[in-house]
Design a protein around this ligand. Structure first.
Ligand SMILES: [Zn+2]
Length: 353
């Protein structure tokens, strides 16, 4: 009997628990990712300094590289610096910008990347994409999935609450992204990868329905796992489809139209998802999403992140242009300004204030 199967591109190590960072060197040695201990560790100059002080003694063979920011130039510079050494792997230790720089640099020099995120702001921590600022604004660069994701919940608890909460919005928005994917499947015949969709949806549902908050480790564990699984779902489907639909188009529109004022990715995606679910007629799901986002202190109305209703309406109208070729509820309904305004008024009534 033939046994048909497929290999899933996934990290060798996923280690999510309090204190995980202290065992980093052992885990990398045990899994043969770094038997010599020679590691290039990318950290930020600011918040990374304290962590460096703490874990440097456990990584005697490491060379530390300070990364300035999250630009393509920073990433290219890091790759150039690393190239001169003999390393087993690159470790990205920090927030999204550091991890993305490290991902890009590791790919460029052909080394595996170990992602050690210090916050849970979005699902990029274990995804095959590096988002970097370039001369044209912001670009997404395809890179291999990290070979390991090590998330120390004790470190996460020390991150500013806003950077941890934001990930809740990004995880929950998976549910909206999958609804868009299914809509496109029905209308345009776009193929759905059922495994990728299942992983991304379950990740979103687990976070949506978990009764805890960012103050407790049980919730942080589920949130971190959800973000890792979402990244792997993107690797499986080969694009961001499992985690990015109309919610993300609205988020990109905020970034592009109001670059200096935009809120964080996860905050904008959560708000975008609650509104987009309402647009598609999933009113109960939208209201529940809004209730959960509120409970976690995340925005559900544009005013809560400093935008007027008109600015939000403009963002929703502009959103489809941010991802040409991606079919979502926004392209499907093709709403005019007044229709968006009216629906927004109904959404506000439905979620209550
Ligand atoms: Zn996202």
């Amino acid at each position: 009997m033939p046994v048909l199967t497929r290999l899933i591109p996934s990290p060798l190590v996923v280690d999510i628990r309090p204190g995980a960072l202290d065992d980093l060197a052992c885990v990398l040695a045990d899994e043969r990712i770094s038997t010599s201990g020679r590691l290039a560790v990318a950290v930020s100059g600011g918040s990374g300094a304290k962590l460096r002080e703490r874990i440097a003694p456990t990584l005697p063979g490491a060379t530390w590289y300070e990364v300035g920011g999250g630009t393509l130039d920073d990433a290219v510079r890091l790759a150039g610096d690393i190239k001169a050494g003999h390393y087993d792997a690159v470790v990205g230790l920090g927030g999204g910008k550091i991890i993305d720089c490290a991902k890009f640099a590791a790919a460029r020099v052909g080394l595996p990347l170990v992602a050690v995120p210090t916050n849970l702001a979005h699902d990029g921590l274990c995804s095959p994409v590096a988002t970097l600022d370039n001369d044209a604004g912001r670009g997404s660069y395809g890179v291999p999935n990290p070979i390991a994701a090590v998330i120390d919940l004790d470190v996460i608890r020390e991150a500013p609450a806003r950077f941890v909460r934001a990930g809740i919005g990004d995880a929950i928005s998976n549910i909206n992204a999958i609804a868009d994917w299914e809509l496109s499947n029905r209308v345009t015949g776009e193929k759905i990868d059922g495994l990728a969709a299942a992983m991304a949806r379950q990740a979103g549902e687990a976070v949506l329905r978990h009764p805890g908050g960012i103050g407790d480790n049980a919730f942080l564990q589920v949130l971190a796992e959800a973000l890792v699984l979402t990244g792997i779902a993107m690797s499986i489907s080969g694009d961001s489809r499992p985690a990015s639909g109309s919610c993300h188009e609205i988020n990109h529109a905020f970034d592009l139209l109001y670059p200096k004022r935009a809120a964080s990715h996860g905050e904008q995606c959560g708000l975008g998802a609650a509104f987009a679910m309402y647009l598609r007629g999933a009113h109960e799901e939208s209201a529940y999403m809004a209730e959960v986002l509120r409970r976690h202190g995340l925005p559900v109305l544009p005013e809560e992140i400093g935008f007027t209703v008109d600015e939000f309406v403009r963002a929703v109208e502009f959103a489809p242009e941010t991802r040409p070729g991606r079919y979502t509820i926004l392209e499907h309904l093709d709403l005019k300004t007044d229709q968006i305004k009216d629906t927004y008024a109904d959404y506000v009534k439905a979620i209550g204030s």
